[in-house]
Ligand binder design. Structure first.
Ligand code: 6OG
Length: 181
C-alpha cells in the first residue's frame, strides 16, 4: 500500500494502486503546544484545570475561529504564562486518538521558542517552572511525551500518531522524523 500526502486532498490521503483513493481528509481539531528553551532548560507548566489537569506540559490550546495555528501558539502562550514568543518553530505534528474518549481526539502542533518577551508567570490555568533537560518529569506528563519530546529537544522534526486505550495506556504508536513540514 502506498501512502502519499497531497496538500489539496488533505492530510490522510491513502492511495491504493488501481483501487483509488481510500480516505481523504483528517477532520481532527487542532491544538498547540509551545516549549520555551534556554541554556540547558525547558519551561513546562502545570495544567491546573480541565483537560490534562495535574500534568506538566508545554503551553497551548485551541485556535479561535479562523485563527492561524501559529498565531494560536503565540496567543495561548501569552494568555497562559504571560510570555510573548518571538521566534517559534514548528517541531512536531502529532495525532492523538482516544479510543474510549473520541471527543478528546486532537492533532497537536508542538513549537519551540528560544526568544520571548516577559517572564513566565503563573495564571489561573498554568503554573510554569524551568526544568533541567536531564530532569524532565516524564512521570507526571502525558505518557506519550517520551516518544517525541526527546527527539524535538535534539532538534529533530517529527510526525506521529498515538492511540490511547483505557486509563491513558498507549495501544498503538508511530513516531518518525521528517526533514521539514
Ligand atoms: P486545552 O483543552 O487546554 O488544549 N495536548 C497534549 N499535550 C501532550 N503533551 N500530549 C498529548 O497527548 C496532548 N493532547 C493534547 C494540547 C489542550 C492542550 O493539551 C495539549 C493543548 O496545549 C495526548 O484548550
Amino acid at each position: 500500500m502506498l501512502v502519499y500526502q497531497f496538500q489539496h486532498l488533505g492530510k490522510n490521503t491513502i492511495i491504493l494502486p488501481f483501487l483509488g483513493i481510500l480516505s481523504v481528509k483528517s477532520d481532527m481539531r487542532q491544538a498547540t503546544l509551545c516549549f520555551l528553551l534556554k541554556d540547558n532548560q525547558i519551561l513546562l507548566a502545570m495544567k491546573k484545570r480541565a483537560f490534562g489537569q495535574g500534568k506538566w506540559n508545554g503551553v497551548g490550546g485551541k485556535p479561535n475561529p479562523n485563527e492561524n495555528i501559529k498565531d494560536t501558539a503565540i496567543r495561548e502562550t501569552e494568555e497562559e504564562i504571560k510570555v510573548t514568543p518571538k521566534n517559534i518553530e514548528l517541531m512536531a505534528v502529532l495525532d492523538f486518538h482516544f479510543k474510549y474518549k473520541p471527543e478528546w481526539d486532537q492533532q497537536v502542533l508542538a513549537y519551540i521558542t528560544t526568544e520571548w518577551e516577559g517572564d513566565p508567570t503563573e495564571t489561573e490555568e498554568m503554573k510554569p517552572q524551568w526544568f533541567d533537560l536531564d530532569k524532565i518529569p516524564y512521570n507526571s506528563m502525558w505518557t506519550s511525551d517520551t516518544l517525541w519530546l526527546p527527539l524535538i529537544l535534539k532538534n529533530k522534526k517529527v510526525k506521529g500518531k498515538v492511540i490511547f486505550g483505557e486509563n491513558e495506556t498507549i495501544i498503538s504508536k508511530k513516531v518518525y522524523e521528517i526533514q521539514h513540514f
